[in-house]
Design a binder for this molecule. Structure first.
Ligand code: NDP
Length: 300
């Protein structure tokens, strides 16, 4: 069997087009322009690229976009003060603080100051609580993207065995909540799981969020399973020249694609969905802040 390749790049383009439609409708019917503020502290090159991409894509769908680039020696108090200002700014419906922050700033303190109403990353305890009990609100961006791809591939997920490898607050745990809401039977595996290959072999859906290049082997995959590879790992690529690198996922793609029914590639699978889902969350928060029901196609 050769798996269908799940094209996250094309799906994310379509999603952004739908989001642009929702932005236009909110402006036309309610006079609301959804707005996202992104905040970065310091000079980390990868973070700067992420933040620029987020700000650019926000503007491209017609939203109000605000970028705050602060020097690495910004004090914690100064950052908290900026977030308080953004909490009160009516043009801003979503606040994203790019992590990691410099060592002298406590990320938990910063996250806790973000208004849960504007928490488009779904990091605050209030947002995590809402996700857990199924109240409307923003949903962790990468898991939301994975869910959209899974629904697009499989339709109903009800009754399927889902195995998530990784239990981070960012990916593994919110992914489990979302799949539970879809009536999957969910197993969360982690570094202490016994006989991981055997656990993965039982899965109709595998979500790999580990951060270890090609750790999940082809013979761990149940024939016909749907494999979502969240991992992004940079590995040496001598075939491209000395010192060159390339990105691979947590799944041994070539082997798994021989067995799976469908699989996301890295790059081009889950990655492009994450920013698109950040924009989707901004529509959700802008709707809820204004007493409107968020669009169904952007929420779980
Ligand atoms: P974390 O490092 O926070 O979590 C990794 C998880 O993997 C932990 O729960 C850990 O278990 C588990 N793990 C580590 N080693 C093993 C092992 N040998 N066997 C089983 N489980 C193991 O990572 P994140 O969740 O933040 O990210 C995971 C991957 O996804 C990374 O490659 C990251 O770059 C990528 N990512 C991609 C995004 C995208 O947009 N595509 C967005 C976010 C992340 P334990 O808890 O026991 O330590």
């Amino acid at each position: 069997m050769t798996a269908r390749i799940i094209d996250g790049k094309t799906y994310a383009e379509g999603l952004r087009a739908r989001i642009a439609g929702h932005v236009a409708r909110l402006q036309r019917e309610h006079g609301i322009t959804p707005g996202l503020a992104v905040v970065i502290v310091g000079e980390d090159p990868a973070s700067k690229v992420y933040v620029s991409n987020k700000a650019r894509q926000t503007a491209e769908v017609g939203m109000f976009s605000e970028k705050h680039e602060l020097p690495a020696d910004t004090s914690e108090a100064e950052l908290l003060e900026l977030i308080e200002r953004l909490n009160k700014n009516d043009k801003v419906h979503g606040i994203l603080v790019q992590l990691p922050l410099p060592g002298h700033i406590d990320p938990n303190k910063v996250i806790n100051v973000i208004s849960p109403d504007k928490d488009v990353d779904c990091f605050t305890p209030a947002s995590v609580g809402k996700l857990t009990i199924g109240l409307p609100g923003p949903v962790s961006c990468t898991p939301l993207g994975c869910l959209m791809l899974l629904r697009d591939q499989l339709g109903s997920l009800s009754g399927l065995n889902a195995v998530i490898v990784g239990r981070s607050n960012l990916v593994g745990k919110p992914m489990a909540q979302l799949l539970l809401r879809e009536n999957c039977t969910v197993t969360i595996a982690h570094s202490r799981t016994r006989d991981l290959p055997d656990v993965v072999r039982r899965a109709d859906i595998v979500v790999a969020a580990v951060g270890r290049p090609r750790m999940i082997k082809g013979d761990w995959i149940k024939p016909g399973a749907t494999v979502i590879d969240v991992g992004i790992n940079r590995v040496p690529a001598p075939e491209k020249g000395e010192g060159k690198t390339r990105l691979v996922g947590d799944v041994d793609f070539d082997a798994a694609a021989q067995v799976a029914g469908a699989i996301t590639p890295v790059p081009g699978g889950v990655g492009p969905m994450t920013i698109a889902c950040l924009l989707a969350n901004t529509i959700t928060t802008a709707s809820l802040i204004n007493g409107l029901t968020p669009p169904k196609d952007l929420t779980p």
